[in-house]
Design a protein around this ligand. Structure first.
Ligand code: TRP
Length: 420
């Protein structure tokens, strides 16, 4: 990317799977991104339709526009309405030991989709991707994948319908055949066009995109979807992953598969303000699921960018600028009560509420969320096995109502310790 980066940065925002930066340090222009990528805006009609089909209120992330763009979501819902189910596919590149709140967003949303539609889910841990892009050893990437898997499981997926795998462990067989089929349809010029690779990038990177593409095809998982080659796939992800799936959708019909549908989110803003994704190299730019209550309090009070005025007098007079206020943005993600959020926005915007009060409420909300996550993660143990290469359960009918799960049937390869 290095070659193209400098030129682009002068006039343009840069959004690709490895870099997110706004124009001139401003905000990401999501409308422009939708145009450039060619995806569609997720409008109210579609949200209403999801509500109708699932008979439950739409998730906060849908109501508040966190998931704001899509590709062919309508088609998946059409099929669902006709009685054809689909499966969900999401993933994570294990680049760090601990996840931050932004990392949880797609998984929290995927859990809601799985519960609401009662569908199977595959989760890809691209340990190979991070090993190649982040200068991490194979072994270290695998270790991170394992640690991250526990955080992902802690999000509460229906484990009888979920398959989580690391690329280093799982790639082979039917999955690899699909990778080769995809690879044969994508020229070098094409990947350069989509991803901006240069002559200096090693060929590991150039040949990676098929790995992230093929979980979109049910035949990559014969132990889950044998005989269900027609099953549609829906991918919840942050919009920086769109290039991978643009490529996938381009290739799919040529090799006889459905194009995967996508539902795409905004980026979760850094504490310092909304200029891009959070930086892994600056621990003070994000709240981590490993942060203590005290850490959370300190970080919010010290670093969360405030849209409040510089003196109480001015604040009372002019009110807060909600457009740039990070506590308000974070509450928009994680405070579920619509009425309370509206109240805070009104009072704070009018200067009747002070930044300190808003931050206090945010600290409560986040502390509770992180505590809940910590408890759930502690209940996941990797004691007996984490071996994704062992014979996996044949989930003969992943759509049927699950019975009680025996430890050896656990498709994660993890034992879930009893929490009671
Ligand atoms: N490349 C993604 C990352 O770096 C991981 C990933 C793999 C993914 N497959 C996915 C993310 C599907 C969303 C959907 O985090």
């Amino acid at each position: 990317m290095e070659g193209t980066k400098a030129a682009e940065e002068e006039e343009e925002q840069v959004v690709n799977p490895w870099e997110v930066s706004a124009k001139d340090g401003g905000k990401i222009d999501y409308d422009k991104l939708i145009d450039k990528f060619g995806c569609q805006r997720l409008d109210q009609t579609l949200i209403d339709r999801v509500q109708r089909l699932t008979s439950r209120p739409p998730h906060v992330f849908l109501r508040r526009g966190v998931f704001f763009a899509h590709r062919d979501l309508n088609e998946v819902l059409d099929a669902y309405e006709r009685g054809d189910k689909f499966y969900l596919y999401t993933g994570r590149g294990p680049s760090s030991e601990a996840l931050h709140l932004g990392h949880l967003v797609p998984f929290m949303f995927t859990k809601y989709l799985q519960d609401a539609f009662k569908v199977p889910l595959v989760i890809q841990l691209t340990d190979d991707e991070k090993c190649m892009w982040k200068n991490i050893s194979v072994e270290e990437s695998q270790r991170l994948a394992r640690e991250n898997a526990k955080d992902i499981i802690a999000c509460g997926f229906d484990i009888s319908r979920t398959f989580i795998f690391s690329d280093f462990d799982y790639v082979g067989g039917a999955f690899y055949k699909n990778m080769v089929k995809v690879g044969k349809c994508v020229t070098y010029n094409k990947v350069v066009g989509i991803f901006g690779f240069t002559g200096e990038d090693h060929i590991g990177k150039v040949s990676f995109p098929p790995v992230q593409a093929v979980p979109s095809f049910p035949s990559s998982f014969p132990h889950l979807f044998s005989g269900k080659d027609d099953l549609r796939c829906l991918i919840p992800c942050a919009i920086d992953q769109d290039p991978y799936f643009r490529m996938t959708r381009d290739v799919a019909p040529r090799i006889g598969y459905h194009k995967p549908a996508l539902i795409e989110s905004l980026f979760f803003p850094a504490l310092q303000g909304e200029t891009g994704k959070m930086s892994a190299s600056d621990p003070n730019s994000a709240i981590y699921v490993t942060d203590s209550g005290k850490d959370i309090k300190n970080k919010i009070n010290k670093y969360a960018f405030s849209g409040g005025q510089d003196s109480i007098e001015n604040h009372r007079k002019y009110g807060a600028n909600l457009e740039v206020d990070i506590p308000i943005k974070y509450l928009g993600f994680f405070l579920e009560d619509d009425a309370e959020l509206e109240y805070i926005r009104t009072e704070y915007g009018a200067g009747r509420m002070l930044t300190g009060e808003v931050k206090k409420r945010l600290i409560e909300v986040l502390t509770e969320l992180v505590e809940r996550h910590r408890r759930a993660r502690a209940a996941v143990t990797d004691e007996p096995f984490f071996c994704l290469r062992r014979r996996l359960p044949t989930l003969l009918n992943v759509f049927s109502t699950p019975g009680p799960l025996l430890p050896r049937e656990n498709p994660f390869g993890f034992a879930l310790a009893s929490t009671s």
